[in-house]
Design a protein around this ligand. Sequence first.
Ligand code: ADP
Ligand code: MG
Length: 946
Amino acid sequence: MKPTGKTPRRPPKKPSNNQKDPVGVYCRVRPLGAEDEECCIEVISNTTIQLHAPDGLKANRNGEFKETQYSFKKVFGIKTTQRELFADVAKPLVEDLIHCKNGLLFTYGVTGSGKTYTMTGSPGQGGLLPRSLDMIFNSIGPYQAKRYVFKPDDKNGMEVQNQVDALLDRQKRDSQTSVPKTPTTRRIDPEFADMISPEEACKAGEVDEDSSYSVFVSYIEIYNNYIYDLLEETPFDPIKPKPPQSKILREDQNHNMYVAGCTEVEVKSTEEAFEVFWRGQKKRRIANTQLNRESSRSHSVFIIKLAQAPLDADGDNVLQDKSQVNVSQLCLVDLAGSERTSRTRAEGNRLREAGNINQSLMTLRTCIEVLRENQMCGTNKMVPYRDSKVTHLFKNYFDGEGKVRMVVCVNPKADDYEETLLVMRFAEMTQEVEVARPVDRPICGFLTHRLEERGGPVDGESPTVLNQLLQSFHPLPPCEISGPNDDVTLPRLIDALEKRHKIRKLMVEEYNKTANMLKSVLQEQDSNLLSKENFIQEQRGRLGEKDKMIQNQKNEIDRLEKKSKMLEYKIDILQKTTNIYEEDKRSLQHELESREQRLQREMSEKRRMETRMQGIVTDAKLKWEKECERRVNAKQLEMQNKLWVKDEKLKQLKAIVTEGKTENRQPQRPSREKDKVPAKRSVSPSPVPSSLSSLEPIYNFSQTVRPDPHFPRPGSVSVASCISEWEQGVPHSRRQGSQSPPDSRKRAQGLPDSLRRRRGRCWAREVPVQPAEVDLEETGHWVSRTGPLVRPLHRRSHSAGGERWVDHKPTTNVDLDTVLQPNIPNAIKVNAPNEKALSKCDKYVLTHQEFASDGEIQTKLIKGEVFKTRGGGQAVQFTDIETLKQENPVAASRKRRSSETGPDGEPMERNWTNVETRCSVAVEMRAGSNLGPGYQHHGYPKRRKP
Ligand code: ADP
Ligand code: MG
């Protein structure tokens, strides 16, 4: 089969050359929008630009960003015209197209960097697209086939229609459109008028004049990874506009991609082609407005297909042979803005779209990366073309089906610096990708060749070369020898052969030279290969290291993650514990508050009580002071009276002695009447004259009264002395220094012998101490009575009632088997007197044991009253003694009576002393004392008789 019969897009099974070209990457710097804008790009040469980090960014990143340079196949500065750019970038591609080679040209850059301007241009400043179209039509203008001669097969191929069908189609079209036949009279849309001025017209160098050409254009948009046909004629429904239907990508039998069902419009002139483009452009704009899309987010692809087929033998019509039709295409792609999603400020649906758009560009980047890696490292990684529609559609280009060129558009403004940096990196990487140089397969040589080829299929290119070579030799002269004498033919032949031999020699030399050169080139290539392999090895080693590092870091991340989980768990526990403690704290605070409140209450209660107590104390103090005063006064009066009585008596005695010395020397018992006389004679004032006068007989009655200069002072009370006196029957007055209240002394004196205790088992009731005046008053009436004086029994009923007793039993006491035992109900039993017990009671009893004069143990219950002292302590005043004694009735006679009243009184004295020691004790304790320092002995020390 003839190679020309194949479409150039079919992957060559055995490419005749292994030459590769890098992807041509050009850079175009647009002028700044405003002159005062900060610029971050500088064009250094026509291949290099330099990026400067803007000042703000430098400050932010501590000057980490240095100035970086990037090189390109060519750099176009701000002053570059559209025409210059076209001449360098697109013109070769158009040439290729006309020579049956495919081409891909795309613009890449951030939004606003001039991609569309570069590709489409503006009125008067036509871009690459209109210029390409113009050049195509300028070149093939006269060789164009009639409309509908070529018919797309809706895949990638073209069919050739017969003339009749083509004619019918043309007639149909003419009847459908109201377009005037002559293009010159047609009004051109002002939007795209003047895209190319006629003087800038361009033309391809060589055009096969024996071929017939036809141009088809398609215009698609890839938005959100969906393909839309922008030239599809859809009936417009203003009420319910149909949303555009997306197209799918298919692969033909040659593994070339095509958009299934995509409209291909046959165009016959630049204007018509551009008009079609503009129609698509308008549709795109409308769709974007209707669907609220951003045009900068979509990729637009304008495909120019050039079909060419040889003319038939007559040179009038296209050869009706599909296999002879050659189709090449040029894709002009205006990519979406390369900026990251954040820059677009896209939200919601738009974000998703923007994400996909970026995804397409990401895929493009990844594909380029993998291609480069495969080429540099000799690997065979799969290139992920299928990951996006854009890369999938153009995968064949990168596999060596055509030239690939890219114009990187940059806006030098500083705001775009970071995005531009990314664009530069991508551009740099893309340049390193090499694409197989498309096999130069001219489908159409000159007419002679074509006719020659028609004779039969020729395999390969070598026969043609051989023929050409052979033709370059001079033909051999006729070598038929006319006769034996023909010495012309042979020398001519020899000459010719020699010439050929010379040529051969030259050729051999040339061949050897070329072979040597080739050899050295091969060697060079070998060494290159070797170094490349070394490099690859090195890279692999580095890769391994990096892999290890990544693994280590992954392990570290795992460990840290575990640790963080653990810490989270701990924090959780601590949180819970804190909560519990806080709960506890709250409840404790609550308790504390309630306790403080209680304390406050108690404190206020205490203060209240204190003030009350103070009131009571002052009351009691006043009362007692008054009482004391009263008693002192009474005592003074009494003393005065006594003195007076004594005086009187002395006077009487003196009178008796002086008057009746001879009559009677014995003292007479004064009569009651007599006694009353001095009272009447008394002139001393007496507050209680009646009671005092009634006392007089007592003293008289006793007959034991002796004038005593050491009259005891009032207030000094000795219970013990009284007890002793009573017991021993010794008059109180005999004891010098003994301090008993005068009233008690008087009472003791006044006691008749008959009333002295009978020996035997008995309780003797005595009242040794009574508060003077009270007793005087109380006893006043019975003193005046005649008859034996009987001490009234202690008012037991008083104590049995509400009174409380302190029952003091010293530990030294021995248990006696007496039938009668003191039993005081409701008493506090103590071994030694203490304040606490005393403060609670108002009565005190001491159980005292001692030897009686007859050697028997006798028990005495010495009673007293407890009252509060001024100092806040307690004092006991003894008031009464009860005696319990055991006696043998038989041995009663041998008891020494004298011992009780014995004149020497020694044993008595001892007992007395003992008792007094115990009984004259008044205990005073201050509040708060522990019976320590506050324990005071209020008894007066017994003064012995000298
Ligand atoms: P993009 O397609 O990359 O988003 P455009 O091509 O739409 O950017 O350019 C944005 C604006 O900048 C347009 O108004 C365009 O006319 C202007 N522009 C771009 N490049 C150039 C240039 N080289 N010279 C003059 N104006 C330009
Ligand atoms: Mg644009």
